[in-house]
Design a protein around this ligand. Structure first.
Ligand SMILES: Nc1ncnc2c1ncn2[C@@H]1O[C@H](COP(=O)(O)OP(=O)(O)O)[C@@H](O)[C@H]1O
Ligand SMILES: [Mg+2]
Length: 156
């Protein structure tokens, strides 16, 4: 399967939020979005904008740092927001129900490295980096995500 990459400049928090909102328009049941990058890179900011775009601007989106997952009832589909920084063992993700949620919900996963070989291969992979003048997002994705991103001319 072809994997493509796309780099986006995110000069301010607003562009990070905009990317989250754009992805919120595209994501459907069974989609997994991996959010990589160091502390402060904007992973949670992106996830918060995504969740608020689907559920309403007033919705509280606490960081799931300690609970590991936070779930949101978004009509017919649930949104799972996971922060796996404190995951002890990939098997814990199975116990949390996260592997099932990869199939049945929309999942936003911070620190996905902790899943090791349980990372879904068809996920949209987003790496956020803090560069000198801007944050930069590198998106890596397969054909399905390519078609979806194309419909909104993301990165064009
Ligand atoms: N593109 C950006 N440019 C500047 N600041 C940003 C950008 N994206 C997010 N931020 C800010 O960086 C801070 C840390 O973001 P956060 O989402 O908590 O990071 P993470 O979850 O990766 O640790 C927040 O205050 C957020 O608003
Ligand atoms: Mg975070």
């Amino acid at each position: 399967m072809t994997r493509r990459t796309l780099k986006l400049d995110l000069p301010s928090e607003e562009e990070t939020a905009q990317l989250g909102r754009t992805l919120a328009r595209l994501a459907i049941k069974g989609d997994v979005i991996l959010l990589r990058g160091q502390i402060g890179a904007g992973k949670s900011a992106l996830a918060r904008a995504f969740i608020r775009a689907r559920l309403g601007a007033e919705v509280e989106v606490p960081s799931p740092t300690f609970t590991l997952v936070q779930t949101y009832d978004a009509g017919p589909v649930e949104i799972w927001h996971a922060d796996l920084y404190r995951l002890g063992d990939p098997q814990e993700a199975v116990e949390l129900g996260l592997l099932d949620a990869f199939e049945t919900a929309i999942c936003l996963v911070e620190w996905p490295d902790l899943l090791a070989d349980l990372i879904p291969q068809d996920a949209l992979d987003i790496r956020l980096e803090v560069a000198r003048d801007s944050h930069v997002a590198t998106l890596t994705f397969n054909d399905t995500w390519h078609e979806k991103l194309d419909t909104l001319h993301v990165g064009a």
